[in-house]
Ligand binder design. Structure first.
Ligand SMILES: NC(=O)C1=CN([C@@H]2O[C@H](COP(=O)(O)OP(=O)(O)OC[C@H]3O[C@@H](n4cnc5c(N)ncnc54)[C@H](O)[C@@H]3O)[C@@H](O)[C@H]2O)C=CC1
Ligand SMILES: CC(=O)[C@](C)(O)C(=O)O
Ligand SMILES: [Mg+2]
Ligand SMILES: [Mg+2]
Length: 356
């Protein structure tokens, strides 16, 4: 366990140095890891574990499209792919990777198979933290922990295949066997985490629900739309408005922030831009901070989790989500973006071979 200084606070971090894959394989060698749910996190975590030599099986509804996806990904019905209840029976570590809303419905079935010494694994603190809303209260004689990749399951898999790793948080809610730490860290490494930082179930879900409604997804779409609309209202073309709002950020500036921080990105822009950005960022901070405080309160009081449960438990939740995603896709901003993306050199058709 490394102790690193994060801006003045010392935190525990597990890196691959002190917990290499070989140690994770040793810890998990007598375990059967059952991945229940094959949506976004399920495939990433199952395939990375499979490639890392872990004894992993998948549990899904046979009638579902994701059963077929698991087969296409190489999981074999009756050998490494089972109906949910059989996977629960076979698994010694149950990875509960259904959607957070779906976890509620299936919980009575899962609980039946949590026999003493097994482990219940999540990738989100949602079900346990909001147990008054979810009803998810595990038996006392099983380990309960989480590994929450800080990113999409799609990126988890892509980065694994590139030899990289997404960072994840980990937390232990219940250590019935005395092995919970080794089990959770081994799983964190096996699913493809680059390193693991320590949290607890409540902190993970409060921060995650805030982040995805805030800078990671909700807020960023909001400020993109706001700036784009102001530019368009003032006569700028769709391409100019999109380039100045999104394309330059994703293609040029954010990679610089990712590489070496915000000040470095600023320093690699004009002094005109630096002066302006340094003058305006606090105004945007002050204007949005009240919204973030309202958001955090909505998370902490359980309003956001209840909203998610009510909405995503509806039979037609997927259709409704897809309809709202289509609204985004069909907006002028993102239709302009589709054309801008098509112009990227890497998206141009291969040059015709010039005939000799
Ligand atoms: N999507 C992501 O990349 C991330 C997800 N997480 C967490 O990982 C867990 C899984 O998330 P996702 O993979 O996004 O889930 P998801 O929303 O993709 O759903 C996973 C699977 O649950 C199945 N499902 C839905 N309703 C069901 C039902 N009633 N009965 C049986 N199966 C049902 C879906 O068909 C899907 O295959 C959640 O706790 C989530 O918060 C954590 C980090 C990132
Ligand atoms: C990808 C991720 O970390 C999110 C946004 O929290 C999620 O998908 O729930
Ligand atoms: Mg997240
Ligand atoms: Mg999330």
């Amino acid at each position: 366990m490394a102790q690193l200084n994060f801006g003045g606070s010392v935190e525990n971090v597990v890196t691959r140095d002190e917990f290499p894959l070989s140690k994770a394989q040793e810890v998990l060698k007598n375990e059967t890891v059952a991945i229940i749910g094959y949506g976004v996190q399920g495939p990433g975590q199952a395939l990375n574990q499979k490639d890392n030599g872990i004894n992993v099986i998948v549990g899904q509804r046979k009638s579902s499209k994701t059963w077929d996806k698991a087969v296409a990904d190489g999981f074999v019905p009756g050998e490494t792919l089972f109906e949910i209840e059989e996977a629960l029976e076979r698994g010694t570590i149950i990875c509960y990777l259904l959607s957070d809303a779906a976890q509620i419905e299936l919980w009575p079935t899962v609980k039946k198979h949590l026999t003493p010494g097994k482990a219940l694994y999540f990738s989100h603190g949602f079900g346990i933290t909001f147990n008054e809303q979810t009803g998810i209260v595990p038996p006392a004689d099983v380990d309960v922990f989480l590994v929450a990749p800080k990113g999409s399951g799609t990126s988890l898999r892509r980065m694994f295949l590139q030899g990289r790793g997404l960072n994840s948080s980990y937390a232990i809610f219940q250590d019935a066997t005395g092995k919970a730490y080794d089990r959770v860290v081994a799983l964190g490494i096996a699913v493809g985490s680059g390193y693991l930082f320590e949290t607890d179930f409540k902190k993970e879900v409060y921060s995650d629900l805030t982040g995805e409604r805030g800078t990671l997804m909700g807020c960023i779409q909001g400020i993109f739309a706001a700036q784009y609309d102001v530019l368009r209202t003032n006569g700028h073309s769709p391409s100019e408005a999109f380039n100045e709002t999104v394309e330059e950020l994703t293609q040029s500036l954010m990679p610089l922030v990712a590489e070496n921080g915000m000040d470095w990105m600023y320093a690699n822009c004009s002094t005109t831009a630096q002066r302006g950005a340094l003058d305006w960022w606090k105004k945007f901070r002050d204007a949005t901070k009240p919204v973030f405080e309202e958001l955090y309160n909505s998370v902490a009081t359980g309003k956001e989790s209840q909203r998610s449960i009510d909405s995503n438990s509806q039979p037609d939740y997927r259709e409704k989500l897809d309809a709202e995603l289509a609204e985004l896709r069909e907006s002028e901003l993102w239709r302009a973006g589709k054309t801008v993306r098509s112009l990227r050199p890497e998206n141009q058709p291969a040059e015709k071979e010039i005939e000799a």
